[in-house]
Design a protein around this ligand. Structure first.
Ligand SMILES: NC(=O)N[C@H]1NC(=O)NC1=O
Length: 174
């Protein structure tokens, strides 16, 4: 869909289509609706980013807590959102060996205990090996640094989800 088609959507249809660009946080696309008409895909992305930046630190952590664990029980039971399922598959998490699953789960638990929110990383931009390395490294960060890094990853995930839904400006020109 191009940006004109996005701007022509009803509020309900906009939320139906864009409701999960930030995992399980439909309030975010709902909040940026007020900025229509959007001038481009980058414009929608910038409004989402500004909205997230405007939240108090507790709100940012709330966004992080909406994210499922990588290779967690929801992946195993098929309870992930379609977006998450596709992203975790792309990073190779549907094909882990049992030993890799238990290692990852134990590191995820340690991380959650330390920071109070799950480890979040843009799965589409990393291999499972990168992700394991990053998770180990991040365990040494302090909470504020980790919150900021993870929110940066939420924005990358959002950007890729938006690109799946809206043609970019350069594509529009083709
Ligand atoms: N925890 C976490 O990073 N989850 C995710 N990352 C991603 O790209 N999709 C997710 O569900």
């Amino acid at each position: 869909m191009d940006i004109n088609a996005v701007n022509a959507l009803s509020y309900e249809d906009f939320l139906e289509i864009f409701g999960n660009v930030v995992e399980k946080c439909p309030i975010i696309p709902a909040a940026v609706w007020i900025h229509r008409p959007f001038t481009s895909l980058a414009d929608i992305e910038a409004h989402i980013s500004d909205f997230i930046n405007s939240l108090p630190e507790s709100g940012k952590e709330g966004i992080l807590r909406c994210h499922p664990d990588l290779a967690g029980r929801e992946l195993q039971s098929g309870a992930l959102t379609r977006d998450s399922q596709d992203e975790q598959r792309a990073a190779g998490f549907t094909d882990l060996q049992p030993a890799e699953v238990s290692r990852l789960r134990s590191l995820n638990s340690e991380y959650k205990e330390r920071f109070g929110f799950p480890f979040v990383i843009c799965a589409r931009l990393n291999t499972k090996r990168d992700i394991m390395r990053e998770l180990l490294q991040c365990l040494g960060n302090d909470r504020a640094a980790e919150r900021a890094r993870a929110i940066g990853e939420v924005k990358k995930i959002c950007s890729l989800r938006l690109r799946n839904l809206v043609l970019s400006d350069s594509t529009n020109k083709l």
